[in-house]
Design a protein around this ligand. Structure first.
Ligand SMILES: Nc1ncnc2c1ncn2[C@@H]1O[C@H](COP(=O)(O)OP(=O)(O)OP(=O)(O)O)[C@@H](O)[C@H]1O
Ligand SMILES: [Mg+2]
Length: 257
């Protein structure tokens, strides 16, 4: 029997999980190898690691865009391996991919309306969803008639977040939400993400910005070459000298103990 890492012993049910998955591109380019990952319920689970470590591949697997050759994907206690990506919405899972995903030629309002596609027949719900998005991000309301493609990178990221939240998810998967975003808006995005668990949303946060990722996360995974390198709660990282030194060396960042 595999020895459970101390941080997962007696742990509550995760919001989502990958269990020992192998994932390959084009059938034979194996990227993830025996990777396990828990998106902690009511927390922010940070995933860090160097370029090409497999972070985005793990997220695509969690959202059903890639099917594992081995292992399983769970939402809560339910095994959902092999279901289509669009079905994840009905399981309460939304995601914002690493690459920009807006309809640049459509305005802000229409981008949000398109996100309501699955319940488009329910006009009241659509208007409520839009109002909620605009009250979360008043800046979007000011720009509701502006083309998405004409907004700054940070503003586009807020629109992508607003669009994902229109679906009222329980789990939000985020891939590098502040990449190429100016520092001021980037800080606002992290503050926003930090507040999501209090709204009942569990978050998976993939990030190259290790400092900010560790600052807002409750649990952290480090991936390397498609495998788990280390993982634990932020407290584990702070208290374990080896882990703390690893992070400190790697990114010149000291976790407060
Ligand atoms: N569509 C694809 N086809 C083949 N190989 C791919 C494909 N997408 C990614 N890869 C390879 O899979 C590996 C993991 O890529 P992935 O994008 O998951 O890494 P990452 O950790 O997200 O990196 P980054 O920090 O640069 O975003 C890399 O070696 C990459 O070249
Ligand atoms: Mg990536």
């Amino acid at each position: 029997m595999a020895i459970e890492p101390i941080s997962t012993l007696h742990a509550p049910m995760p919001a989502m999980a990958l269990h020992n998955v192998d994932v390959a591109y084009h059938g034979d380019i194996r990227i993830l190898q025996d990777l396990s990952l828990r998106v902690e319920q009511g927390g922010i689970t940070g995933v860090i690691g160097p370029n090409g470590a497999g972070k985005s591949t793990a997220l695509r697997t969690l959202f059903g865009l890639l099917k594992p050759a081995k292992g399983d994907v769970y939402v809560g206690g339910k095994c959902v391996t092999g279901i289509a990506p669009w079905s994840f919405i009905s399981h309460g899972v939304a995601m914002v991919p690493q690459s920009r995903s807006l309809f640049n030629e459509l305005n802000v309002d229409d981008n949000l309306r398109l996100a309501c596609w699955t319940f488009r027949g329910d006009k009241v719900r659509v208007e409520q969803a839009l109002e909620r998005a605009y009250s979360r991000f008043p800046m979007l309301k000011d720009k509701r008639n502006q083309m998405a493609g004409a907004m700054s990178g940070g503003q586009q990221r807020f629109l992508e977040l607003g669009r994902a939240l229109v679906l009222d998810p329980k789990v939000l998967l985020l891939d590098e939400p502040t990449a190429m975003v100016a520092p001021r808006l980037s800080a606002e995005i992290y503050d926003f993400i930090a507040g999501l668990p209090a709204q009942g949303i569990s978050v998976l946060l993939i990030d190259q910005n290790v400092r900010q990722c560790v600052r807002v996360s409750t649990h952290v995974y480090v991936l390397e070459l498609g495998r788990n390198k280390v993982s634990g709660s932020v407290q584990d990282f702070a208290q374990d000298h080896t882990l703390r030194d690893l992070i400190a060396q790697w990114v010149d960042y000291k976790i407060d103990s």
